[in-house]
Design a protein around this ligand. Structure first.
Ligand code: GLU
Length: 466
């Protein structure tokens, strides 16, 4: 068998959305698994709607997800000359024709068909025209008369048949001379040696037209695999109404690419009841025969759960790097504060996103602790003066804030004050953190360090007296 060649072919008319990312991922995984080639092709023939900004956004998102291509990005806008030649080839062979019908004429015909209960379809007025008036024209592909039915075996959906009478004489070149999607996609897939087309099933109706074009142009027809759509909870096609649909919006919301990759692949593919897959696992296990035939429903809670998993199990050093921009955004300077890796370690268990982690990290970096009103009213009352003095004294005797020394100090505090652990830890936590949800008290003491902790306890003591 020849080398597998697959491609992802986004149109740069917006950001990379969740559905596109999953299509790209499926292509990528299969290429890696089969030691094939993954090609990235930017479909920018619609010059009016394509922007460099969208190209950049798509490339950034793919890089963030780790979906590097083996060839590309190739741009259709570099290939107009080739498309022109192919239009000419079909014209010369009598497989395409110039159509001079005006938009008004076509509208009227469509209207009439509708009135008469017929499917609106081009009636072939210009099919056999031989004159070439000096007027604007489009080029149409002549639907072959000898084909009644087109059947292909989709690698996800199984056998699919279309009646050619449902099809039209497709426009392959617009009146401004630019080629259309169905035409260029065939030329590119063929010329780039693509032998398996994996794409969204919103393109399934295009496939019979494309098959006819492959045949007319003398190309081999590739295999097809149409991936079911992604729906929102209301079973409607996923859109902004359901929340963020842009891949990079998830980065901004503090998601990890591993989580999004894991989530997207499971949305439409399964492997027993396993839920957690690294990219390496996926490259080993992914196959199209385990892709489901029906649409997947986007579940933000599950994505959040997976993200929490990858934060819990992630490398603290790597997470610290990823956390930096989120802290910067909050105006926190990490240069005068505790070790960021230690901060991350203390928060991994309790953060589902990097935003949550950044929020949870703020108290470590403030110069002066700001107390939560309720916590202050409850725990920083004048009657806590003795307790804080004892804490200050006993912790002051710890040479280092090791687990062992802290435990010993706490045992003594509890003994002297005859208070239970929680009754000591709660006011202390307010003194150290201001009263926000935070990691265990020993951890907070250790990450803040002896000097800062003592300073914060003194500050709390002052606030009692004040
Ligand atoms: N450019 C098309 C799109 O973004 C994809 C075409 C294809 O995969 O065949 O929908």
């Amino acid at each position: 068998m020849s080398e597998l060649r697959v491609r992802f072919a986004p149109s740069p008319t917006g950001y990379l959305h969740i559905g596109g990312a999953r299509t790209a991922l499926f292509n990528y995984l299969l290429a890696k698994k089969e030691a094939g080639r993954f090609i990235l092709r930017i479909e920018d023939t619609d010059v009016a709607r394509s922007t460099q900004e969208s190209v950049d956004a798509i490339l950034d998102a793919m890089e963030w997800l780790g979906l590097s291509c083996d060839e590309g990005p190739l741009y259709q806008s570099d290939r107009f000359e080739l498309y022109k030649q192919k239009v000419q080839q079909l014209l010369d062979e009598g497989k395409a024709y110039r159509c001079y019908c005006t938009a008004e004429e076509l509208d009227a015909k469509r209207e009439k068909a509708r009135e008469e209960g017929r499917k609106p379809k081009y009636d072939g007025t210009c099919r056999n025209r031989t004159d070439q008036p000096d007027e604007p024209y489009v080029v149409r592909f002549k639907l072959p008369e000898d084909r009644n039915e087109i059947t292909f075996v989709d690698k996800i959906k199984g056998s699919i048949s279309f009646q050619t009478e449902e099809l039209d004489d497709l426009i392959i070149q617009r009146s401004d001379g630019t080629p259309t999607y169905n035409f260029v996609v065939v030329i590119d897939d063929a010329e780039m040696g693509i032998n398996l087309v994996i794409r969204g099933d919103d393109h399934i109706n295009n496939t019979p037209r494309q098959i006819l074009l492959y045949e007319a142009l003398g190309y081999n027809v590739p295999d097809f695999a149409h991936v079911p759509m992604i729906l929102g909870a209301d079973k409607k096609r996923l859109s902004k109404r359901h929340g963020a649909t842009s891949v990079m919006a998830y980065q901004k919301m503090g998601y990890l690419p591993e989580a999004l990759v894991n989530y997207l692949v499971r949305l439409g593919w399964s492997f027993g009841d396993e839920e957690i897959f690294s990219m390496a696992d996926l490259i080993e296990k992914f196959s199209l025969d385990r892709v489901g035939r029906s649409a997947g429903v986007f579940n933000p809670e599950k994505l959040l759960w997976l993200n929490g998993h990858y934060i819990k199990t992630g490398s603290p050093e790597k997470l610290a790097e990823l956390l930096k921009p989120f802290l910067e955004e909050k105006g926190i300077s990490i240069n005068n504060g505790p070790d960021l890796v230690a901060v991350v370690k203390s928060l991994q268990e309790r953060s589902a996103t990097l935003i949550e982690m950044a929020n949870g990290a703020v108290f470590y970096f403030v110069d002066v602790v700001e107390y939560d009103e309720k916590a202050k009213a409850k725990f920083l009352k004048p009657d806590k003066k003795d307790l804080f003095e004892i804490i200050l004294n006993k912790l002051g005797h710890c040479e280092v804030f090791s687990e062992k020394q802290l435990e010993a100090a706490f045992a003594e505090i509890m003994q002297v004050t005859e208070l239970k652990f929680g009754k000591v830890a709660q006011p202390l936590r307010v003194a150290l953190t201001g009263g926000v949800p935070s990691p265990g008290i020993y951890e907070v003491l250790q990450v803040l360090g002896r000097e800062v902790s003592m300073k914060r306890i003194e500050q709390a003591l002052d606030s009692l007296e004040g």
